[in-house]
Structure formats: C-alpha cells, structure tokens
Design a protein around this ligand. Structure first.
Ligand code: ADP
Ligand code: ASP
Ligand code: MG
Length: 586
C-alpha cells in the first residue's frame, strides 16, 4: 500500500461541518487503498484568537507559555477529526506532536524539526489506523531530558506535514487548502490570479518568502532538499492542484531534518562587468527607460541594484557579461545625455554565489559569506540576495582565493563547486508568479567605511539577534569622505531590536548614522526563465511607471526582481505587474 501524508489547513477545518466534509474526503482516499497520515492545523482562526487572549494579559508573554497556549489549537482539531472519522466507521487515532515523535530544537515559537521518531506512527499504520497528527508543534528533548512543547512558527503545519512525508518516505505530501493550488499571485488582491499546474521548489521558495502565504517556506525547503513530491490542492473540489518539483534527493542525515547545511553549491561566473549610473533623476519612468533601452539594444542584464537616493537623485548599478559592456555603455551614454547623470564602468569582475534552500531565512548564512570574504581581504562590490542564492561581485583577480575560502568555510566538496557553468535555456516562463510583502521596513546605514568587513559586520550583528535581513543593497556611490551607504529591508517586528543592535555597532564608525525609510511595500516577480529573457526588469519597471509609482530600491537575483515602493502603492503595483506579464486570464 502507498502512504500519503495529507494536510488540512485552518480554513478547511473552520466548523464542525467542514471537519465532517474533510473526514469524507479522507474516507475516499482510504477507499482508494492508501495508508494515511493526516496533519491538521487549528480550526479557523483559533491560533489568532489564542494569541489575542494572551495579549489581553501581557504584550510580552514568555515564549514557553505561548507555545503551551497555541499548541492547544491543533489538539482540538486532531481529536474532533479523529471522532468524525470514527463516526464514518474508519479506524483513526489522534496524536500530538510529542506523541508522534516530532523532535525539535528548544527555541520556542520558531523551533526547527530535528528528527521524527516514526516507530509509533508506523505501528499504528500497520494496524490499519488513520493517524491524525497535530501540525505546527513538536517536543524538544529539553535540558536534562525534560521534554517541552514547542511550536514551529505561524503557518508551520505545512512544515510538519512535509517533514513527516520525508521521514516516512511517503509517496506524496498533499496540502489541502481553501484555494485550488498555488496561484500566480495572492487572489485576495488580484482577482484574476490563475492556478499554476506546476512550479519548481526554488521558484516557490522565493514566492513563499516574499509574501505568498499559501505555503510555509520551510515546508518547501524540506520538499526541495529531500525530493518530497508536494501537491497543493483544494479541500472542496477534486482538482489536480499544483505540483512542486525538485531535482534534489538528499537522504535524511543525523544533523536534523531542518538542520542540514543550507548551502549546497558554490559557483563562480567570470567575465562580468559592472556599470554604475549615478546622480540620475529620481522619478517614475527612469529605470523603465534605462532597462528598455538596454533590452532593445540587445543587452541582457544580470543583477540590478538601485540604492536609496539622496536629494532627488538615484544610483542604479547593474552587471552584464564583459562582451556586452561596450554596447551597454553606448546605450547608457545616449540616455544620460537626455536625463543627466554620470556613468562609470568596470570590467574584470567576477560573480561568486552560494546556493541552497532557505539561505536568507537563516540569520547568519549571508553574514558568514561576507565575513569569509572580508577575512580574506576581499572587498564586495555588489550584493544580491534571495532565498536560494546570495551573490557577491568581486574583483576577478580574487576569484580563486574567494572560492577556496568560501568552499572551505561551507565545507563544500569539489563536486559542489562550479566554474562558469551557464545552464542552457530551460524554456520556463520569465515570470511565473508575483508576490507582495507588506510586512517589511527599510533601514539604511549611512556613511559606513568602504572596506572589507563592513557588510559582514552589519549582517552578523543582526544575525546575532536572530534578525533576518532581506534585499541588501550596497550603494555604489561614495560620499566625499569615501564612506558608503548600505540599505536593507527586514521584518517590521524586528525594528526595535535591529535599531538597538545597529546603534551599538555604528558607534565605532565616525559619522555613520541609521535612517529608517518611509513605509514600504515589496513587490517581486519570480521565474526560472528570467536569466534567459532580455527585458524582464524593463517590463516590470514600465508597469510601475505607467501608474506613476516611484521605485525606492531595486534588488534582483537570478530568478527574481524585487522593487521597494511606497506602502500605499503595493496592491496597485501587484495588479499591474501581474497583468504586464500576462499572468491573468489569457
Ligand atoms: P491554510 O489555512 O490552508 O493553511 P493559508 O491561509 O495559510 O491556508 O494559505 C492559503 C491562502 O493563501 C489562500 O486563501 C490565499 O488567500 C493566500 N495566498 C497568498 N498568495 C497566494 C498564492 N500565490 N497562491 C495561492 N494562495 C495564496
Ligand atoms: N495554526 C497555526 C497557525 O495558524 C499553524 C498553521 O495553521 O499552519 O499559524
Ligand atoms: Mg497555511
């Protein structure tokens, strides 16, 4: 018999009637002859309601007590669902995370899964039982062997389900929810969001971490790393949903299901050139004009970065292959003549990238990369970050030294290191989905020293407080005193702690200051065909310009383009970008 892990989310279990209809759905899978492990979330908004109860007592509850409280939500739904199955004449048994053997770290509220001791589940499956397991929770082994209830973080039931599928070597993990699958964007904001029949785990990881709340990013990481067949489907209709694909099939290691080293590749791409435009006007349409001109002129741009602007002026920096430098320079010169500004170029650059799942979701990985480079005396010219890749542009002369240092640090084997490996056009869409994240703030650290170690100092001081940075942009322009600015975005919740940590750091840097940007939204387009398509960025910037939306920051990586825009423009921007890539009804 084949084993399926099926997960039902809160909305699918929002009432007794819904629990009964989920039970019927499970019955039909059982009738098809499958062994079943069912993972459930708390009913409806139960987790929000429990959080709200706590907030009436204190704004700062002990994290252990929050886990005790929130884990009760799932305990209600497992028992009710087991009863509903029992009523249909099906043998079913409910289990908490602890009873199911889900062992996690001890970090309350955000514990990662270390291992799943599957013996008890297997015995029950052998007896023909449907095993109903509480998602979102586990147990730490605790100091001195005293176990404690832990939770994985909001939305974490998806992660419980995929981890169980990996540990039990299930045929597939099916995530049942209130939409037909993964859609091209958030259907609550864009009416004609369409179902995607399939998406790669890398693309989904980007979207999930950029605001597509349909899947917990850590669930996608596990599916990607262990090659779990993952499907997202509607709880109400019998449709095929979305299939997530992954090429990796690592075996579970002793270091922990969610604890394998997130970095599993290093690549060096030589023959890169950097073009920096500075002092160009800061108004809607400039970035669109520039990247449309380049695309029409036949230039394929790789990384793009637009730093924070000063007094109505912007800097935009981008990279191209060395062979395209002359043409790109020519195209820029024509544009600069009409809009003003200066150009500088630099050939002999190399791009070094680390790859893996959930790189930016783990505080400390990017900072370790920057620190390793700075310890080797290597200055980072440009930084591009994403969930699956962090890239640094450095001087070509230092490429070999950098590979050695970074490869050693992340313990990568020769097989995991590639040189100038450009993948062939995969014929995937340039943009498969778009996402909006309104949960971020933007902070700039101004007048920081321009020397190896600065980016690494900033990132590691934040990583020490477990603060995850995103969209790190290092300005090209130097101030008169040769200092630079570094900007980044981070979660709103981390604002206070981040400012505290940064203030301590910059007290060592004369003249440096912290500046919080205006309220922002982050819109991103993701697609694995992006590196092979000219003009993607230009199209996205034009869509924003057409609506007179000003772009505050731009940061791209291989398969995503992200723009930071004023918060109030977020939903309009998402709609425009969705339609400019023809993602709606054809
Ligand atoms: P569940 O309770 O089943 O875990 P969630 O609320 O966590 O469900 O996730 C499903 C919701 O995610 C959908 O109702 C939808 O509003 C939202 N969503 C946001 N972005 C997307 C997207 N790209 N595709 C599908 N749903 C999305
Ligand atoms: N009930 C938890 C939450 O609402 C976990 C989940 O639904 O995935 O965040
Ligand atoms: Mg969910």
């Amino acid at each position: 018999m084949t084993l399926l892990v099926q997960k039902f989310g809160g909305t699918s279990l929002g009432s007794i009637e819904r629990i009964q209809s989920v039970a019927k759905r499970i019955q039909s899978s059982k009738d098809e002859g499958h062994d079943l492990v069912i993972v459930v979330s708390a009913m409806g908004n139960a987790t929000d309601e429990l959080t709200n109860l706590a907030s009436h007592i204190t704004n700062d509850p002990p994290s252990r007590e929050m886990d005790m409280l929130l884990s009760t939500g799932e305990q209600v739904s497992i028992s009710l669902l087991a009863m509903a199955l029992y009523k249909l004449g099906l043998p079913a048994i409910s289990m908490t995370g602890n009873q199911a053997g889900i062992i996690t770290e001890s970090a309350h509220g955000r514990a990662r899964i270390l291992e799943i001791r599957t013996e008890r589940i297997k015995t029950l499956l052998d007896q023909g039982q449907i095993v109903v397991i509480a998602g979102f929770q586990g147990t730490s082994l605790g100091r001195g062997g005293i176990p404690e209830i832990t939770t994985l973080g909001r939305g974490g039931s998806d992660t419980s389900a995929v981890a169980l599928a990996a540990a039990l070597k299930a045929k597939a993990c099916e995530i049942y929810t209130d939409v037909p699958g993964v859609l091209t964007t958030d259907p609550r904001i864009v009416e004609d969001a369409q179902l995607m029949p399939k998406i790669s785990c890398d693309e989904m990881l980007e979207l999930a971490s950029l605001g597509a709340s349909v899947l917990h990013p850590r669930a996608v990481e596990i599916a990607r790393n262990y090659g779990v067949t993952l499907l997202v489907k509607s709880s109400w209709e019998n449709l095929s949903g979305t299939l997530l694909t992954s090429k990796k099939t690592n075996v579970l290691t002793k270091s922990g299901i969610e604890h394998r080293s997130p970095v599993d590749g290093l690549e060096l791409i030589e023959d890169q050139a950097v073009i920096a435009l500075s002092n160009i006007p800061d108004r809607p349409g400039i970035a669109a004009d520039l990247f449309e001109t380049l695309s029409k002129g036949g230039v394929n741009v790789d990384l793009i970065i637009q730093a924070t602007h000063q007094v109505n002026k912007n800097d935009i920096t981008f990279t191209v292959n060395k062979n395209e430098l002359e043409n790109a320079h020519f195209q820029c010169q024509n544009l600069i003549q009409s809009i003003g500004g200066e150009i500088s170029t630099q050939s002999n650059m190399t791009k070094l990238s680390i790859n893996g799942a959930g790189i930016m979701g783990r505080a400390g990985i990017a900072s370790s990369l920057f620190e390793t480079l700075s310890n080797s005396g290597i200055n980072i010219r440009l930084i591009a970050t994403s969930e699956v890749k962090v890239s640094c542009v450095i001087d070509a002369d230092l490429g070999t030294k950098a590979v050695r240092a970074v490869g050693d640090f992340f313990k990568l084997s020769n097989k995991q290191i590639s040189l100038n490996l450009t993948s062939a056009n995969n014929h995937e869409p340039e943009v498969r989905g778009v996402a909006l994240d309104k949960d971020q703030i933007q902070i700039s650290v101004k007048n920081v020293p321009d020397r190896p170690g600065t980016a690494s100092n900033i990132c590691s001081i934040l990583a020490d407080s477990n603060i995850i940075l995103d969209t790190i942009v290092q300005s090209e322009r130097k101030h008169k005193d040769s200092t630079k600015d570094i900007s980044f975005t981070l979660k709103k919740n981390d604002r206070k702690e981040a400012k505290c940590a940064l203030e301590a750091l910059i007290s060592n840097w004369k003249g440096a200051s912290i500046e919080e940007g205006k309220a922002i939204a982050k819109v991103s387009a993701v697609g694995s065909g992006m590196p092979f398509t000219r003009g993607t960025a230009g199209k996205m910037f034009r869509a924003l310009a057409n609506k007179k939306i000003n772009i505050e920051m731009i940061a791209t990586s291989e398969i995503r383009t992200t723009c930071i825009i004023p918060e109030t423009d977020g939903e309009e921007a998402l709609n425009e970008i969705h339609s400019c890539f023809n993602l709606g009804k054809k």
